[in-house]
Each structure stands twice: as structure tokens, then as C-alpha cells.
Ligand binder design. Sequence first.
Ligand code: ADP
Ligand code: MG
Length: 267
Amino acid sequence: MTELTDLSKPQAAPDHPMVRAEGVHKSYGQVEVLKGIDLEVRPSEVFCLVGPSGSGKSTFLRCINHLEKINAGRLYVDGELVGYRQKGDRLYELKDREVALKRQDIGMVFQRFNLFPHMTALENIVEAPLRVKKENRAEARERATALLERVGLADKAGSYPSQLSGGQQQRVAIARALAMRPKLMLFDEPTSALDPELVGEVLDVMRGLAEDGMTMIVVTHEMGFAREVGDALVFMDGGVVVESGHPREVLGDPKHERTRAFLSKVL
Ligand code: ADP
Ligand code: MG
């Protein structure tokens, strides 16, 4: 077990934000990508993360999802420090197996849908519940069928990814993430790779999820979605949070020049 020394004063877990970042820093070699991110995502919130390319949005999502280790600060998911386990007044780095368990609670949807090409839509969805969670096959299939219905693809259970449009593939990818019953969903530009006419069907599925109370962090350039569905919006640039607030407030009356410059390009 690796004992951690640079986080020598673990504090009591905060009272239940779904995600809490305190001074999160992340560097790749000499390059500092996240320069002290502070934010809080409440349960059932749709939290929109916007900013120019290279500002560190994907890196931040990867830190939340245990794909990167932060260099300084504290990052909590559901009250627990990401990557560490607390025992008494000490912190220990999680083992790979423990990390894998934590990651099961977090669904992630990428710009590229990353479906398994040799599996049907239904097989893509049951794969992790069967292999990772050892769920009962009949129940997993039943649930996958219900999830396909939920994303409007009840008739595509037997279709392979190559037979589906980009929007349909992305909806299967969302259903696949939901099959693991996540408590938090991360969306990294889920509609950026889609033809414009297919964006709406994916945003509609996300809107439905939001209405059902899913906690979602959404990196997006779809400001209409952010304004209508978002509960909070953070504008990031150069690895820092420049501005945050209710989406209508930030989008309607940006306070910072950098926010205004960015919005003038995407709105
Ligand atoms: P965004 O998602 O906002 O476009 P990213 O988080 O992808 O930004 O990247 C932020 C910066 O970090 C970029 O300058 C990128 O080149 C750099 N970066 C991202 N991942 C790595 C990596 N694995 N190694 C080195 N640099 C990286
Ligand atoms: Mg990105």
C-alpha cells in the first residue's frame, strides 16, 4: 500500500455534492493543464462545462473518472476522494481493482461513440453488466431492451453500429453507459462529431435523462441546450474557471472579456 504524504490532513467528506473540486491541479510533464479548479456539482444537476479547445475540459472529466491523477488539490466524487481511501487519519492510494469499482458508478460518453463494432446494439449494452457486474443474462437483456426504448431505439436491438447513424450510435452509447446504473454521467462533446441534423435526437435523450434527475456534467458547445437544460455553467479557459453561474446568467450577461470572446464564436 502506498501511503500518501502530501495529503496529510484528510478532512471529513463534504456533505454530499456529487462532485467537488478544490484547487485541482493537473500537469503533463512541465505543462500545467489544470491550474487550480474549484467547483461543485450538486446531485441531479446538469452542469455544463464550456470553453475553448485546449482549456482542460476533457482532462478535468478524465480526472473525475479516475483516468488521470491530479497533482495537487482535492477532488471528491459523492463525498469520497478520487483515487484514495481513507483509513483513520491516513490516505492510501486505491488499487486498480478498487479504482475499477469506483469507475462503475460513473458513465462516460465521448465525442466518438466507441461502440464495439462486432456487437449489436443490444450486445453492446449488456456487455459490461454481464462481464463486469456478473448480472443475470435474461435480466440484463430485459433491462437493455428497456434502455433502448428509452433512447428511442427499440427497433434497433439487433442492428450493428455500422448499420446505425451517428446519432443512433451515440444514443446506444448513452444506453450502454446507463446500463451500469451510474450515479454520475460525464458527456464529453457528445454531439460534436454528428451531422447537424442528428444533434437534436441526442440532446433530446440527454434532456430526458436530466428530467429523470440524473447528475450530468456536460462538455458542450450547444449553448441552446446549456441555456434550456443546464442548472449551472462554468466557463473554463487556460486551465482555470473564468466565470460560473446559472447558464442564462453567464450566457446572457457574461462578465469577463474572455467569456464574451468565446461566446461570440459559438453562439
Ligand atoms: P479540452 O478538452 O478543453 O479541449 P484537453 O483537456 O483535451 O482540453 O487538453 C488541455 C491541454 O492538455 C491541451 O493543451 C492538450 O494538448 C494537453 N493534453 C491533454 N492530454 C494530454 C496528455 N495525455 N499528454 C500531454 N498533454 C496533454
Ligand atoms: Mg476535449
